[in-house]
Design a protein around this ligand. Structure first.
Ligand SMILES: NC(=O)c1ccc[n+]([C@@H]2O[C@H](COP(=O)([O-])OP(=O)(O)OC[C@H]3O[C@@H](n4cnc5c(N)ncnc54)[C@H](OP(=O)(O)O)[C@@H]3O)[C@@H](O)[C@H]2O)c1
Length: 237
């Protein structure tokens, strides 16, 4: 597929849209040696980059940011040019979800070298002493008590004009998004590997009250990987 075809294959169906992107082994592992990278291949990475180029905001949990060593959110010159041609700012905004901010470093490049001011998404009752070091380097979106109320946080992001939301996980954030019925799309690559017992699944943490139906939009086979695009399905029989 050409890059234009991949962009077209992931056109969002609505102006307000929340998609989630994951890679999993064939037996359901979301990590190998603690990371997603060893599960991923070249074509999965291309979709990953196209999805980043298509979003207004990239949302990730603090666990993923720490484990995967997220740096500043930058895109290649070609992807920035594609965004400019769409009338979008050259790069999306990075938003990190955390209860405590304890595992995040306000002096890390994800904040200090960000081309656009990032956002921390935190509970509204987080003490100011914990927030204060982040105020210089990030905007604060506060929602919920004790934990982030994700429906309210998503509404707040949309209120800032960040309507195309890409969530790159991790599993506990995705578990919450499913429980709150916020995921409009799941982009899932199944890699041809058996990892065995141990690693987390793509969704962990809070249980959902019911299973959410999905509609399979496409399957792309690339080097033995299945690149799946699911959209929110209808609950009608
Ligand atoms: N296969 C894949 O595609 C893929 C994708 C992403 C990540 N991963 C892997 O997943 C692992 C990390 O898993 P994880 O579950 O720890 O990641 P995570 O979901 O990114 O991070 C969990 C953290 O996010 C914060 N959080 C989640 N829900 C929250 C809520 N409602 N309110 C406030 N904070 C909330 C909490 O942060 P605080 O602790 O700061 O309060 C929580 O500890 C890593 O090994 C990573 O490599 C795999």
């Amino acid at each position: 597929m050409t890059d234009d075809e991949v962009y077209a294959a992931y056109a969002p169906p609505a102006a307000d849209w929340l998609r989630v992107n994951f890679v999993s082994s064939a037996d359901g592992a979301a990590t190998l040696e603690g990371l997603s990278g060893p599960l991923s291949g070249e074509e999965d990475k291309r979709v990953f980059k196209v999805l980043r180029a298509r979003c207004d905001v990239l949302l990730a949990g603090s666990g993923t940011v720490a484990a995967e060593g997220y740096g500043p959110l930058v895109l290649s010159a070609e992807r920035m040019a594609w965004r400019r041609a769409q009338g979008l700012p050259e790069v999306p905004v990075m938003a990190v979800v955390s209860r405590s901010l304890a595992g995040l470093d306000p002096e890390a490049g994800i904040f200090t070298e960000a081309p656009r001011r990032p956002i921390v998404v935190v509970p509204a009752d987080l003490p100011e002493t914990q927030l204060e070091p982040f105020r210089e380097v990030a905007d604060v979106v506060a929602a919920g008590t004790g934990a982030v109320d994700l429906p309210a946080a998503v509404a707040a992001l949309r209120g800032r004009g960040l309507r195309q939301i890409l969530c790159e996980g991790g599993p506990r954030v995705f578990g919450d998004l499913i429980a709150d019925d916020l995921a409009d799309e799941l982009d899932l690559t199944i890699s041809p590997l058996l990892v065995g017992a141990g690693p987390v699944r793509v969704a962990e943490g809070r249980a959902a009250a019911e299973a959410r139906p999905l509609e399979l939009r496409h399957v792309i086979e690339a080097g033995g990987n299945l690149i799946l695009r699911y959209l929110r399905g209808s609950t009608d029989e």
